[in-house]
Design a protein around this ligand. Structure first.
Ligand SMILES: NC(=O)c1ccc[n+]([C@@H]2O[C@H](COP(=O)([O-])OP(=O)(O)OC[C@H]3O[C@@H](n4cnc5c(N)ncnc54)[C@H](OP(=O)(O)O)[C@@H]3O)[C@@H](O)[C@H]2O)c1
Length: 404
């Protein structure tokens, strides 16, 4: 079977969750869930925390450390719309986050415009999503001139390369918004130094822009981090919270620009993406070298993990997953866990160091600023796609009853 190219996969990923063009949500509510709750106040969907209190801002005990968390319940839609009634949110860039955050803001009835390169891929995508040139879609410079809150959602490499054009357009009355601490924290490399006389804030959704959109449409909400880099007006924190809810978050954690970027770069290179691919592949290859079939090696490595065990961890925690397994599996897994921890810890320590000292940032800027970055990436993804483990996975997945 011919393998699908990465570009086809990307095109499918972009197309799948996309809203029908130019259709606005008539109820203009921040979620399906909210609409249901308004329609039926006694609905069991009305959010009550497991702690018994009505959900909203609260200090919670995270394994012995107290942290403040903000929830959507404190920002009913009319309050949110009133808060931004004099604002124009200029969303610069329409990639994964631009798409998700932009459509959620629009559905929430917030005045939002999009600024991207005229006639580029994002311009085309934005039109497909119902943004109208000259009304809600503008070239980047014009959108910045029209906006009161400038949401810089260009790719991190582009935030750096476009900064000499963007920076002179910024005004003290505007707020500068990011979804990653990258540009500002690594200013020595990116050269992104915000003017001292404006609020600079961050809302970083902890997931892809596609998930930001899908969860919103399902009436749920992604969790996001919020942070303040500069507070000139005294209202930066409040703006970050309101924007976090407006873009589709269900709840918000406090952080700093530094902590956000260090943890984010570390996590995605580690367990979330790089580590998982490395671990899956190592386990699969050892099984194959010992004569196991591709289907057996894949099932024991990826399929059982993603279809059975990881969802249990997600829903109930690690102890629950252990408890749900056979006594034989549990004994061995409990014995081997510390061995893997010991072997992996030095790798994680080296990774964190590489993030903190800017090595990862410089690599990312260098790679993603290349003219050929799209083609280079395509080649690398095709290499992964052609690895036996993932080719075997295609056949395994096609057998799932729900795939038929
Ligand atoms: N994706 C995620 O999962 C995620 C999660 C949380 C936070 N974030 C953060 O959110 C921000 C946006 O990320 P993203 O993944 O949504 O971005 P992305 O898809 O990488 O961004 C692409 C956007 O940047 C524009 N762009 C690229 N090069 C450009 C240039 N030289 N001049 C002008 N525009 C240029 C593209 O426009 P064209 O189509 O015209 O090239 C497109 O609109 C980043 O700070 C990222 O770290 C991302």
């Amino acid at each position: 079977m011919a393998s699908r190219s990465a570009s086809v996969l990307r095109a499918a990923a972009r197309a799948a969750p996309r809203a029908a063009p130019a259709i606005r949500t008539p109820a203009r509510s921040y979620s399906v869930l909210a609409r249901v709750a308004v329609a039926a106040p006694s609905s069991p969907l009305k959010r009550v925390s497991p702690l018994g209190a009505t959900r909203g801002v609260k200090t919670l005990d995270f394994a012995g450390t107290k942290e403040v968390v903000y929830e959507r319940a404190d920002w009913p839609l009319p309050k949110l719309q009133d808060y931004f009634k004099n604002d124009t949110l200029a969303l610069i860039g329409y990639g994964s986050q631009g798409h998700g955050q932009g459509l959620n803001l629009r559905d929430n009835g917030i005045n939002v415009i999009v600024g991207v390169r005229k006639d580029g891929e994002s311009w085309r995508q934005a039109i497909e999503d119902g943004w109208v040139p000259g009304e809600t879609l503008f070239p980047i410079e014009e959108a910045i001139n029209r906006g009161t809150i400038i949401m810089n959602l260009l790719s991190d490499a582009a935030q750096s390369s476009t900064w000499p054009t963007i920076q002179p357009l910024l005004k003290p009355s505007q707020t500068l918004y990011f979804s990653h601490g990258f540009s500002v924290v690594f200013a020595e490399d990116t050269k992104v130094i915000p003017p001292k006389d404006m609020d600079v804030i961050l809302v970083a959704p902890k997931g892809s822009g596609r998930t930001v959109r899908t969860l919103f449409k399902e009436g749920r909400g992604i969790n996001s981090s919020i942070a303040v880099y500069q507070d000139v007006t005294g209202k930066a924190q409040e703006k970050a919270i309101a924007l976090g809810i407006a873009v589709g978050s269900g709840y918000l954690y406090e952080t700093t620009f530094e902590k956000e970027v260090y943890s984010d770069l570390y996590g995605e290179r580690g367990v979330l993406m790089g580590g998982i691919q490395g671990m899956f592949r190592a386990q699969y290859e050892v099984l194959r070298a010992n004569g196991h079939s591709p289907s057996e090696a894949f099932n024991e490595t990826v399929e059982e993990a993603t279809q059975s065990l990881f969802p249990l961890i997600g829903q109930h925690g690690m102890d629950y997953m252990y408890a749900a397994c056979s006594t034989t599996a549990r004994r061995g897994a409990l014995d081997w866990a510390p061995i893997f921890e010991k072997a992996n810890k030095p790798v994680f320590e080296a990774l964190y160091k590489s993030v903190r000292d800017g090595t990862e940032t410089r690599k990312s800027l260098e790679w993603n600023s290349r003219k050929t970055y799209r083609e280079d990436l395509k080649k690398e993804l095709e290499e992964i796609d052609s690895q036996e483990i993932w080719r075997a996975g295609k056949t395994v997945r096609s057998l799932r009853p729900d795939a038929k």
